[in-house]
Design a protein around this ligand. Structure first.
Ligand SMILES: NC(=O)c1ccc[n+]([C@@H]2O[C@H](COP(=O)([O-])OP(=O)(O)OC[C@H]3O[C@@H](n4cnc5c(N)ncnc54)[C@H](OP(=O)(O)O)[C@@H]3O)[C@@H](O)[C@H]2O)c1
Length: 263
């Protein structure tokens, strides 16, 4: 399939719910954009594709790829499929995220938050680099203000000794920040035309003095619809605007304003 008639061919990971789904809806509303929804299951991807098509009155500029980030082999299959079916890919939004109340392990034997939020995206970005660098692309990684909270525990990266859901979530986001800056540097040194930025969506509460968070969840299941829409709308505007063409290796708020990362 060719998407070369579109200005942007955008892959959004975790686009079957929350901010990713709303951002996919907003971006697909514009005829310049071709949106590839990524979701964990084929059923949810099809349902999301149909919902967006109905909402926008046009489903011709949407497609999907399905695969579970808790299985690294599936991430490799997604990358191969995207490269084969959508060689014009020029925007990758790394959005999928989880926050598990209890420690879970993936089929690959990794702690699940670590793998879904960070490692799967690391693998996907790296496998898609040939196509992304060919097309002068933007990679946008969804970060979190919580990356400033913890330091990494290199002796217990898999959180086997200690698992606290916000701590592990925050550490996974810190790794996403490191990944984005490292990828930016690699692209810069290799003179590849891939801009890599990390974006802050705001809203999560920071830990209080006891090191505990006051919110019950950092993901959208606990947020109002209005708040999700606002964050997603800002994200869509950022992707469509000129800001990302000129900057790389930065930590940005959704309006494109540079913020200070803890790294
Ligand atoms: N909401 C906030 O206040 C907030 C604030 C700052 C940052 N963020 C970040 O924003 C991003 C989106 O958050 P959200 O609130 O929109 O989350 P959400 O509503 O829970 O949606 C998460 C998305 O990730 C997908 N996903 C989960 N596990 C997966 C797996 N194993 N393989 C593939 N896909 C998987 C989900 O698919 P299913 O539909 O199959 O579950 C869903 O599409 C996350 O990176 C989060 O950390 C959120």
């Amino acid at each position: 399939m060719t998407t070369s008639v579109y200005k942007r061919t955008i892959l959004i990971t975790g686009a079957t719910d929350g901010i990713g789904k709303q951002t996919a809806l907003d971006l697909a509303a514009h005829p310049d954009n071709f949106v590839i929804i990524h979701g964990r299951t084929e059923e949810k991807c099809i349902a999301t594709k149909e919902w967006i098509g109905k909402e926008n009155g046009n489903g011709t500029n949407i497609d999907y790829v399905a695969g579970d980030f808790a299985v690294l082999k599936e991430v490799a299959i997604i990358a191969e499929e995207v490269e084969r079916r959508f060689p014009e890919l020029n925007v990758l939004l790394c959005n999928a995220g989880v926050l598990y109340p209890r420690r879970l392990e993936t089929k690959d034997g990794m702690e699940s938050t670590f793998q879904v939020n960070y490692l799967a995206h690391y693998l996907l970005c790296n496998l898609l680099l040939p196509v992304l660098s060919h097309n002068r692309s933007n990679v946008i990684v969804v970060g979190s203000v919580l990356h400033t909270w913890p330091s990494l525990d290199w002796a217990d990266v898999m959180a086997e000794k200690e698992y606290e859901k916000y701590l592990q979530y925050s550490r996974s986001k810190l790794m996403c920040h490191l990944m984005a800056f490292a990828l930016h540097r690699r692209m810069n040194i290799a003179r590849q035309h891939v801009n890599v930025n990390i974006i802050e969506l705001g809203k999560e509460k920071e830990p209080n003095n006891n090191g505990k968070l006051r919110t019950t969840s950092a993901l959208s299941s606990s947020m109002s619809t209005l708040s999700i829409c606002r964050q997603a709308g800002n994200l869509a505007q950022l992707i469509e605007g000129p800001c990302l063409e000129k900057i790389s290796g930065k930590y940005l708020d959704p309006s494109g304003k540079q913020m200070r990362s803890a790294i």
